[in-house]
Design a protein around this ligand. Sequence first.
Ligand code: ASP
Length: 471
Amino acid sequence: MQRTYIADLAKNVGQEVLIQGWIHVRRDQGKMVFFDFRDMSGLVQGVVLPGSEAIETAKNTREEFVVGVRGRVNERPERNRQADKQNGSIELEVLGIDILNTSEPLPYNVHDDTLGINEEIRLKHRFLDLRNSRLQKNIRNRDAVIHLVRNTLHDQHFIEVETPILTKSTPEGARDFIVPSRKWPGSFFALPQSPQQYKQLLMSGGVERYFQVAKCMRDEDGRGDRQPEFTQLDMEMSFVERGDVMALNEQLLISIVTELYPEKKIQEIPFPRISYKDAMAKYGNDRPDVRNDKNDPNLLAFCWVVDFPFFERTDKSDNPDGKGEWTYTHNPFSRPLPEHMANLIEKKNIGDIITSQYDIVLNGFEIGGGSIRNHEADALHTVFQILGHDGDKIEKDFGHMLTAFKLGTPPHGGIAWGLDRLVMLLQNEANIREVIAFPKTGEGKDLMMNAPSDVSEAQLKELGVQIQPIK
Ligand code: ASP
């Protein structure tokens, strides 16, 4: 017999069906046994009537056993109907139960909201945690967001291109995770902090419209909205200006909300644009929470923050003038606004140069950022000079970018969203761990796999790696 999903049972009243799933609840009432059965599509009540052949097996089951259940879909008598519940007007009269797997009692109750349960226990048993309906909704809605984005971008002539995970350090500003190379002892790969350089080189390669649901790794301390490994929706386009990238992304975000979260309200469309200067003056930070009602869980206040300074001084004051070196505020590959290009080329009024960077902020969280890039080799070279790199270092670290830019790279720009953070906000969660299937703890550990872990002496030897205590 073919399996019927629980969500489709109501279409099969009077029929005999087979469902497969878990025993969600079991209530043994002596002559009768009541169940709630669960599969990925929902819940249904089942009953084993007195004298049924299934009664013996029913008595030997427990919650979370995996079962195949043959039964007849019956309408419930009027007085037993629960209009507000899935399958509240039907029940399954159980005719036979096939036990597909047993289950020991679970270490904690996964049916009720698990937010109050010790997080270490939850993360250690993440595969159980995922059975909880809130977590199921979070990962299913996350999938719906990604699905919509993929479809929409494909319709607009983007293609998804995978970029390497074993790569070279990129200057995203965070610490790299590094991977020793067996074939080249003493040399290391870095895990990507973002696909920044690759996506720009794809523009050089004529891809024109690229996106990727990309894993990014940054060895930073954890926070509620940060994980060492996270997902970006990354994109890059050729022949665009700042307004083009912003308009496309704004429309994409609006579609996500209107199509997938119709209960939510976007405070203002088009999204307001605030300059960095005004944001700092008015809100004291560059990711302002512009909601006019902070108690409304369904209010989404997007805004763009633009016109950031390109460079700022580091806080080191070991220079004779007491000022630190120049560093970039966002991305060294950004291009200044057109009217600030001359200052960059002439290295004049460096602190006043404004970049084309745009950040997208939602309810006080930065959910994305990007810029138009310097696609001319000379301009990019000048940026690295201002940052204090000497010619050899520029060539060693970024020679491939400069070469590409001398060989017909079109003007281009892009953006990356922090997908976990966006989904966290859309799902009204307070922590990105709730919307990631297998997250790390705040201390950066995977408690379920027990990673990071030690490796064998033989593995270390092969890599030429020696462990020394850190002082
Ligand atoms: N690569 C940048 C980041 O990770 C985003 C971008 O400029 O496209 O922040």
